[in-house]
Design a protein around this ligand. Structure first.
Ligand SMILES: *Cc1c(COP(=O)(O)O)cnc(C)c1O
Length: 411
């Protein structure tokens, strides 16, 4: 690793050796890769030679994206997937089998909660911690637990996970910590450095940055020691040492589930990544100012943002994210009807289900992304009938303030 700052390393971190001096990654729009002999292809399939075979398994454009994210998260290897949900599924199913349990944070992304429901059909059960604190995970860890799963910043609960303490709690039971770092991004924190074992991203969001390609990625830290008795599937991959987890994934579940990333989307994400630091800096600054401004307006709305003085997670966020608090905020409008009126009165934000765009986005989670959750699950996820989620963009803050002020006062 170089000692460059975040933005410099995004642009120059490890000089890529693209052909012909190209400064952006070439798009290898090829389903398969030919080799000079049957022997060579045999070696590639047996992991005895480097090389590409088939784009469902790997692809040079996708691999370039994987290398960038591995470097950025400080991991040892990454596997890019078709979507964030594919990354979450691959990360977990690589180590779980029927009878296993997941100990999960409350306040998870709705799609992940729905996935965990799907996994019940395969005999994989999820227990949710009542609160996002290490002691609460202790309560739901049993002798069947094989993964602890949390989000750095819960979407849309916006609770902050104490990564080091949660990793320590998981490790005390011989369990890895899997962290969804989508909402925080490595701009705020690198979970692997704090003890997390696997980091997953919906790179459709902040990493991409302008909502032009769905993708996901998981990064392995390489430090977790897999006990083959507890993780029988890992047994034949232990010979890969630190690479055991990703070797198993790439040689098994990942290639056979088939949720690979398209080269074109890997390209778009690699380009988006270059401005991650710049966008996050502006979006976090805008979010902090807008949250304080909305709180000041009052008028029957209550604001949730980890950077607000009264927020219970402020101190943790300040310490873990070095004085930054992310670019998502939520507010409660008093009633579902008023939440809708405020959303409809806003002129700048798009009304849609996404986060991490350069443009400000708003949504009413209870009727959309969390609509399939039971009332109890919604409450655990911090979703209320009057809740509005805002993904703050890079607009001029004066325009955002004016727009939100007008909407809140008029609705
Ligand atoms: C969006 C999101 C996902 C799912 O990602 P997709 O790319 O939409 O599949 C997972 N986790 C979090 C925190 C998200 O915001």
């Amino acid at each position: 690793m170089t000692a460059y700052g975040f933005n410099t390393s995004l642009l120059h971190g490890r000089k890529p050796d693209y052909p012909f001096g190209a400064t952006t990654v070439p798009i290898y729009q090829s389903s398969a890769f030919a080799h000079e002999s049957a022997e060579k292809l045999e070696k590639i399939f047996a992991n005895q030679a480097m090389g590409f075979s088939y784009s469902r398994i790997n692809n040079p454009t996708v691999e370039a994206f994987e290398r960038r994210i591995t470097e950025l998260e400080g991991g040892i290897a990454a596997v890019a997937c078709a979507s964030g949900m594919a990354a979450v599924s691959n990360a977990l199913l690589n180590i779980l089998q029927t009878g296993d349990e997941i100990a999960a944070a409350p306040g998870l992304y709705g799609g992940t909660v729905e996935l965990f429901e799907e996994l019940e059909a395969f005999g994989i059960h999820t227990r949710y911690a009542a609160e996002n604190v290490p002691e609460a995970y202790e309560e739901v860890i049993t002798d069947k637990t094989r993964a602890v799963f949390a989000e750095t910043i819960g979407n849309p609960k916006l609770d902050v996970t104490d990564i080091a303490a949660t990793a320590a709690a998981a490790h005390a039971h011989g369990i890895p910590l899997i962290i969804d770092n989508t909402a925080a991004t490595p701009y705020l924190v690198r979970p692997l450095e704090l003890g997390a074992d696997i980091v997953v991203h919906s790179s459709s969001k902040y990493i991409n940055g302008s909502s032009d390609a769905i993708s996901g990625i998981l990064v392995c830290g390489g430090n977790f020691v897999w006990d083959a008795k507890r993780y029988p599937g890992m047994k034949e991959y232990l010979r890969f040492g630190k690479m055991a987890y990703t070797a198993k994934l790439r040689n098994g579940l990942f290639r056979n589930l088939g949720a690979c990333l398209a080269p074109q989307n890997a390209f778009l994400n690699t380009i988006g990544l270059e401005t991650l630091g710049l966008r996050m800096e502006r979006e976090c600054a805008n979010a902090l100012e807008l949250a304080g401004f909305l709180e000041g307006i009052g008028h029957g709305i209550t604001v949730n943002y980890p950077g607000l003085a009264a927020n219970p997670d402020r101190e943790l966020a300040n310490r873990q994210f070095h004085g930054r608090y992310g670019a998502l905020l939520t507010f409660r409008a008093g009633s579902r009807e008023r939440a809708f009126r405020i959303i409809n009165a806003l002129k700048l934000p798009y009304i849609l289900s996404n986060i991490g765009d350069t443009k400000t986005l708003v949504i009413h989670p209870a009727s959309t992304i969390a609509a399939h959750l039971s009332r109890a699950e919604q409450e655990l996820s911090g979703v209320y009938d009057d809740l509005v989620r805002v993904s703050v963009g890079i607009e001029d803050i004066k325009d955002l303030k004016a727009d939100f002020e007008n909407a809140v006062l008029s609705a």
